[in-house]
Design a protein around this ligand. Structure first.
Ligand code: PLP
Length: 402
């Protein structure tokens, strides 16, 4: 009965990990991975997460009963506050609802299903380029019109601001747009505050619904409040929107599937209706969410000492990333690698579009055993370490000059 099934194409980032694992070269480097790494090249379980896990292990009151369909109530409110701030007009006027989700991915899927089924949206705009899952999630949710807005300008290696505005200006009425909340994946390029004003103005003028995808809060500046500029700007300007939060990166809870979908609506009466419909979608999707990651996040966000420690971890991760940017930039300059590499230090967050061509990327992989994504030559800055950065810089120099 399965004879007619055709194999699907490999998912690039996972294929890269497989190829890297099989590679026996001793200096191999995986710059493609989408997770934080220490300077020893190891995953980091945040110390505050370990502390809370130890507390949870000793808590005889915890059990494995199902959570409510919408998730842990304290988690949902803590996530809202982290996103919108304690001064949030929407929270103060009781216009925010949220739903614990299986990672940021689950939150985006929930948003897409809701926007399609309940609100009849059919056209979505994603940045060109964007995180690989955006288009597919919306297609699977039934969106028949998935479009791209210009974002990365390959020549200037920066934001194509005019292109972005133009494309959004040409959007059909009642489109949805996904805006990366902070630290754009994969380019590492964010609009400035002034540019956000223009972008939001355009969305408002064209009646475009905004879904903020925020998977890297804290990774751009090391400051959680500063990195929440976009959702807080929308809130202050009385705009209805959704935001998909992920705690995979900033809590290092990748496999615990810890996300949240926030809905900011026009009045508190709408909340119950939205909630009842969203719960129907959740019921047939994952029925109810997992406990472990959400319990950790809730404990940390609601305990001032734990939260202060977590903020230090965020600063440490953000500053290691910045340091790697500066080191790589300095090394390429010292080697005299042709071209301008300033974008490496101008970009923010975990990722950088190096601008290496697909052919150069192929050489990096095949000749130097350094694994990175083809599009834009995306690298994860924290996969660089003080031990491998010389080798990586020299290899980039070689592929650019060969
Ligand atoms: N959105 C963006 C832009 C991402 O880069 C990622 C993960 O890489 C996600 C969402 C999804 O995160 P999660 O692993 O929590 O599903």
């Amino acid at each position: 009965v399965f004879a007619d099934i055709e194999g699907a194409p490999a998912i690039e980032v996972f294929k890269l990990i497989g190829d890297y694992n099989e590679d026996t070269f001793d200096k191999k480097v995986n710059l493609g991975v989408g997770a934080y790494r220490t300077d020893e090249g190891k995953p980091w379980v945040l110390p505050v997460v370990k502390t809370v896990e130890a507390m949870m292990a000793g808590d005889a009151g915890l059990n494995h009963e199902y959570l409510p369909i919408s998730g842990l109530p304290d988690y949902r409110t803590a996530c809202q506050k982290l996103l919108l701030g304690s001064e949030s007009p929407a929270i103060q006027s009781s216009r925010v609802e949220s739903f614990q989700a299986c990672g940021g991915t689950g939150a985006i899927r929930l948003a897409a299903d809701f926007l399609k089924r309940l609100m009849n949206y059919d056209c979505v705009y994603v940045s060109k380029p964007t995180w690989g899952n955006h288009k597919t999630i919306f297609k699977r949710s039934g969106f028949s019109d998935v479009r791209e807005y210009r974002y990365w300008h390959p020549e200037t290696k920066s934001l194509d601001f005019q292109g972005m505005l133009e494309d959004l200006n040409n959007a059909p009425e009642r489109s949805v747009v996904i805006l990366h909340g902070v630290a754009h994946n994969p380019t590492g390029v964010d609009p400035t505050k002034d540019q956000w004003v223009e972008i939001i103005k355009t969305c408002q003028a064209k009646n475009i619904f905004i879904l903020v995808d925020i998977a890297y809060q804290g990774f751009a500046t090391g400051d959680l409040d500063a990195d929440a500029h976009l959702p807080r700007y929308l809130d202050r300007n009385n705009i209805e929107f959704m935001a998909a939060q992920s705690f995979s990166k900033n809590f290092g809870l990748y496999n615990e599937r810890t996300g949240n979908l926030v809905v900011v609506c026009a009045n508190s009466e709408l909340k119950a209706k939205i909630r009842s419909q969203m719960e129907l979608i959740i019921r047939v999707t994952w029925s109810n969410p997992p406990n472990h990651g959400a319990r950790i996040v809730t404990t940390v966000l609601n305990n001032p000492a734990n939260c202060a420690e977590w903020k230090e971890h965020i600063k440490e991760m953000a500053s290691r990333i910045k340091q790697m940017r500066q080191m790589l930039h300095a090394k390429l300059k010292a080697l005299g690698t042709p071209g301008n590499w300033d974008h490496i230090i101008q970009q923010i967050g975990m990722f950088s579009f190096t601008g290496l061509s697909p052919k150069q990327v192929e050489m990096m992989i095949n000749k130097y055993h350094i694994y990175l994504l083809k599009e834009g030559g995306r690298i994860n800055m924290c996969a660089l370490t003080t031990s491998n950065i010389d080798y990586v810089a020299k290899s980039i120099h070689s592929v650019v000059t060969e």
